[in-house]
Design a protein around this ligand. Structure first.
Ligand SMILES: Nc1ncnc2c1ncn2[C@@H]1O[C@H](COP(=O)(O)OP(=O)(O)OP(=O)(O)O)[C@@H](O)[C@H]1O
Ligand SMILES: [Mg+2]
Length: 299
């Protein structure tokens, strides 16, 4: 039994979350409606869905910020309904929000990163080690003496992520962490997320960017508080009709892939990002025509 719990770092059983009604006459708002879900330790899961489909509510229930009104949620085997376990749950499954400004609490970057481990009562000498590690991993070590307010949006978000990493969580829940960032900031944050996954940290990434979801091992699509699809990205994005029915776009590389397919070019469902698309096209050009290959490379 213990092994099963360890493997599924998150286990949600028939969970419902109703927000209280806005006034006495209104009905309660059902944000999550009888949802069951298991997430394996070490996996990278993207969560998609239209506005109001329940993505943020789902993350908040996993983080024990909202107690479910029905069913149960287990994080590393701990039930989020158990008040005594709330801090251990939040330490095990850290959360990064959309707006980095709302997550930064100190006037100096390194103090901000130290805030979480200090609150956990980590010994001072270990805190130094942990925050240095976390700041190096997120590429903000050089900025450690600065005020967070001097930093770019992407840098601020990396400080917020460093603060979570310093608590040594086994799982990190990201709720649209790149929504307020420029393309460079988005790329930096995505690179950190991929590095965390490589280290074995479980990642749950809520996003509206299809190209980010394409990087995950598994994509969950929410609709009206339920799971409307659950598949590896190559499978999900291969059924373009279904993707549209779910109210989603295709990742840009898949849009191009589909246009090329319509034009008779044979490309695998595994091609989901621009890098693989370019490689496939160059390799194809190499086989068919040396002149064409040079032309593609020069561009
Ligand atoms: N604090 C709240 N009180 C009442 N209803 C809420 C509250 N927060 C969210 N809701 C409602 O719950 C439903 C799910 O909201 P949620 O924020 O989880 O969606 P989301 O998928 O994260 O949307 P978005 O993509 O816009 O962030 C929506 O109908 C929303 O209006
Ligand atoms: Mg949301």
């Amino acid at each position: 039994m213990k092994e099963i719990e360890m493997e599924n770092i998150i286990r949600i059983v028939d969970m419902t979350l109703q927000y209280p009604p806005a006034d006495e006459d209104a009905d309660p708002q059902t944000a999550i409606d009888g949802l069951s879900l298991e997430i394996k330790e070490g996996s990278f899961v993207a969560v998609l869905g239209q506005n109001g489909s329940g993505k943020s509510t789902l993350a908040k229930t996993i983080n024990a910020l909202l107690p479910p009104t029905g069913g149960d949620i287990f994080v590393c085997g701990m039930n989020t309904k158990d008040d005594e376990l709330i801090w251990e749950i939040r330490r095990s499954a850290g959360m990064v929000f959309q707006n980095p400004d709302n997550q930064l609490v100190s006037a100096v970057v390194e103090d901000d990163v130290a805030f979480g481990p200090e609150n956990l009562g980590v010994p001072t000498e270990e805190i130094r080690q942990r925050i240095d590690d976390a700041m190096k991993k997120t590429g903000i070590f050089e900025q450690r003496k600065k005020s967070p307010h001097m930093l770019s949006g992407g840098q601020k978000q990396r400080v917020a992520i460093a603060g979570v990493i310093a608590m040594r969580p086994r799982c990190i829940l990201f709720d649209e962490p790149t929504a307020m960032l420029d393309p460079k900031g988005r790329l930096e944050v995505m690179n950190i997320i991929k590095a965390l996954k490589k280290e074995g940290i479980t990642v749950l990434l809520i996003t509206h960017f299809m190209e980010e979801a394409a990087e995950a091992d598994r994509v969950i699509v929410m609709r009206q508080g339920k799971i409307a699809a659950d598949a590896p990205p190559a499978d999900l994005f291969s059924d373009t009709e279904n993707v549209r029915r779910l109210g989603l776009d295709l990742p840009p590389a898949v849009e191009i892939r589909e246009l090329l397919r319509a034009g008779g070019v044979d490309i695998s469902d595994d091609v989901l990002d621009m890098g693989s698309l370019a490689r496939v096209l160059c390799a194809g050009a190499e086989v068919t025509d040396g002149t064409e290959r040079r032309r593609v490379r020069e561009e």
